[in-house]
Design a protein around this ligand. Sequence first.
Ligand SMILES: Nc1nc2c(ncn2[C@@H]2O[C@H](COP(=O)(O)OP(=O)(O)O)[C@@H](O)[C@H]2O)c(=O)[nH]1
Ligand code: SF4
Ligand SMILES: [Mg+2]
Length: 463
Amino acid sequence: MEKDVKLTKVDTSVETSPGTDQTVPASVSQNVPGTAVPGAAAPANLNAAASANRIHIGFFGCRNAGKSSVVNAVTGQDLAVVSGGRGTTPEPVSKAMELLPLGPVVIIDTPGFDDEGALGELRVKKTKQILNRTDIAVLVVDETTGMKEDDRLLLQLFEEKKIPHVIVWNKCDLSGKKPAFSDRQTRAADNWEPCETDVSGGLPCTSAGALRVSAVTGEGIEQLKNRLGTLMPKEDPSHTVTGALAGPGQTAILVCPIDKAAPKGRLIMPQQMTIRSILDAGGLAMIVQEPQLAKAIEGLKEPPSIVITDSQVFASVSRVVPESIPLTSFSILMARYKGFLETSLQGIHALQSLKDGDRILMAEGCTHHRQCGDIGTVKIPNWLRKYTGAKLSIDTCSGRDFPEDLTCYAAVVHCGGCMITEREVLYRMKCSVDQNVPFINYGIIIAQMTDILDRSIRALEKI
Ligand SMILES: Nc1nc2c(ncn2[C@@H]2O[C@H](COP(=O)(O)OP(=O)(O)O)[C@@H](O)[C@H]2O)c(=O)[nH]1
Ligand code: SF4
Ligand SMILES: [Mg+2]
């Protein structure tokens, strides 16, 4: 039988989520402050799960609670710097790794929430930004000192962001069998305390409950890992690009212009994903260019259940497709699939109040192999100026350059994000929403400016 089974394996990839935290490639020594490399790079190992697809587990709490020590105990490595001094983790540190029994994860060690350097709103804002890419949060509390006001604030933020979480009472080696905070906690077998109890301060325990651990002796660490396993988000098989738009035996017509912006010899990702989704549902996908659309519709015995078009030709396609046939665009489908359709629909109202001098951020997901041509840099800005009649100032960003501070913008207009993961797009959206900046999607803004938004959204009623 194989002994010494290692519980953790470090990927050769690095954390690639957007954000401003320090990013730690596996090859870099974790013990020396300042060796963590800011910025991001592509995964070195193509088989490794892309960082943005990994479950992100964040460790939060006050200074000296033992966050970094618990991170090290859970990962079995010296990922984070531990010190008796206050405030040794000045910036969040993330690391991608394989953590059994959880699989590919990114572990995020955070600075103390009560750090004197970061005051009031700013520290809440920074923590929210980390939470925007956190799937599971661990609140580490020093059980010898009990829960503080700042811990409660963190719990509130977890609740607000609807992030599954667990409270870890650390340093149980110091208080022995009888924990400092409550006798009731000791009764639980397996270090696991069900949730109906109060923890110190009368605060209800989290829905996930609380655990006693010691980062020094390792007590409770295995149980913590198992607990994290139960909090892992589950995939929803019914969440597909096209849903019920083209069910078994139904035909969907896809209008895919092959213009100079189209990549050589293939279709772009949203088109591929849509075709795949239709095939998965047992539907029939008929792919045409705009000039062949009318003939395609006429040639079918029954009208198509849906026509899906590239946004840029939506207006002319809309004139060809009879009102009785639902019509939508790839980018609207992608916005729904990636979870930012609702926010975009709310954000679109901001267009009405744009005025001279307002700044708009045009944000694109990819850089090197841009498939969207000049749509975000030239076309939408020109249409937008014409549509609003305002002298707008337009900034553009692409790839990972999404700015942290969006408060100078009247709106963020984001591409469909087909080349980046759902997590990254949602992270950007949430940062925007947290800063009260409307977040709109390319497809939605084009639909609004060409007056076909109602039609393209109506088509989704069946989905
Ligand atoms: N006795 C004991 N000390 C701990 C434990 N966890 C952390 N410490 C100590 O608490 C201090 C702060 O730990 P650290 O992990 O840097 O805390 P952080 O500021 O929350 O990241 C260090 O001196 C650690 O050695 C524990 O479980 N038991
Ligand atoms: S990620 Fe954005 S910019 Fe890049 S191809 Fe997809 S939609 Fe276009
Ligand atoms: Mg620390």
